[in-house]
Design a protein around this ligand. Structure first.
Ligand code: ASP
Length: 342
């Protein structure tokens, strides 16, 4: 079944159950039934990532192993132009990858602006487990990855290189909202238009096991055509990802600068700590960005996804079109549209 059809099937099923009437109810549709273990992740490509993570979680494996395995799926996908090896490069034609991983005890690791390594999420995990640091960047991250035995590769995929050459003709930098929905997994790439509008999006994946232990992973090639050296929210703990076993976890996608400005994922988890549901917490975080930033950036997109330690889900975005995938014992390939503030 195509991702588009799967989404429609999930939506129709949820509508039939009466659960998706109204903006805020998609998350409650996803919250029906047994809530732990459960995995949730951003965008259509989250479906395949969740399934890989589920293989581990369903057997009682570690939640950290599960989120890493999930993140490696879009990183390896030659059709995914916003995560991993087939990601779009920066304006100098260099593919630089950002990733972070965190568990509910506060252990975390990240890499930013990493070149030539196909699985930044696994390097992020090594940073967490093998160094006293949290974040390695650029050449230092590459040096560490090679020392750890990761193969150094030329990663720029031909289609991504072609899209970069197309972009160079006008050299306009304009992140587009919900780019992933327009071009990835929902419809074929238009002939002669490599990459279409798909110039960013992140895989943020959160998981809780049967005992309530949480972990999260976040991985992206960031904004296509960004300045060389630009780092987004995804490898910044508290911005693109935050996890706390006492409360829950959150991750984000969209224009990373706005998420960094609000320490977005940390904000969502702290709102949950104060007693807000994951859905309310995501909505408040989105509304804070809308209040402060939308006057200057009308078509800005940011989406938050949250998972409580009891397995309850929240998802909210500024604009319509942010999809998220949910996987649990009941259903492994559900896909929903988040509520939005516009
Ligand atoms: N948040 C990512 C970044 O700014 C991109 C995205 O998720 O759309 O790098």
């Amino acid at each position: 079944m195509t991702d588009r059809r799967r989404f429609l099937a999930a939506s129709v099923a949820a509508l039939a159950s009466g659960a998706m009437s109204g903006n805020a109810s998609a998350a409650s549709a996803a919250g029906l039934g047994k809530k732990r273990p459960r995995i949730v992740s951003t965008w259509d490509f989250g479906v395949a990532a969740n399934q890989a993570a589920w293989q581990i979680l369903a057997k009682g494996g570690s939640v950290l192993d599960a989120v890493e395995a999930g993140a490696r799926v879009p990183e390896a996908d030659p059709k995914n132009h916003s995560v991993g090896r087939a990601g779009y490069p920066d304006r100098d034609g260099r593919l630089t990858l950002d990733a972070s991983i965190m568990d509910g005890n506060g252990d975390c690791g990240a890499v930013a602006a990493l070149e030539h390594i196909a699985h930044p999420i696994s390097v992020a995990r090594r940073v967490m487990e093998k160094t006293p640091h949290v974040l390695l960047v650029g050449d230092g991250a590459l040096q560490f990855a090679v020392e750890q035995g990761f193969p150094k590769e030329e990663l720029l995929a031909p289609e991504s290189e072609q899209a970069w050459h197309e972009w160079l003709k006008k050299s306009e930098y304009k992140p587009s909202a919900n780019s992933e929905n327009k071009t990835y997994g929902t419809q074929a790439q238009p002939a002669g238009k490599p990459g279409g509008a798909n110039n960013h999006d992140t895989l943020g994946l959160l998981a809780v096991d049967a005992q309530g232990r949480l972990a999260g992973a976040c991985t992206t090639s960031g904004m296509a055509w960004k300045l060389h050296g630009r780092v987004g929210d995804s490898p910044i703990i508290g911005a693109g990802l935050y996890v706390d076993n006492e409360v829950g976890a959150a991750t984000s996608t969209g224009v990373g600068e706005e998420v960094i400005r609000t320490a977005g994922s940390f904000l969502v988890v702290e709102l949950m700590r104060q007693g807000h549901s994951p859905q309310e917490a995501c909505r408040y975080a989105v509304q804070r960005i809308v209040r402060k930033r939308m006057k200057t950036a009308k078509d800005l997109q940011v989406g938050f996804l949250a998972l409580s330690r009891s397995g309850e889900i929240g998802a909210y975005a500024i604009q319509k079109g942010f999809s998220y995938a949910v996987c649990d014992a009941r259903k492994q390939d559900a896909l929903y549209q988040s509520a939005s503030s516009l």
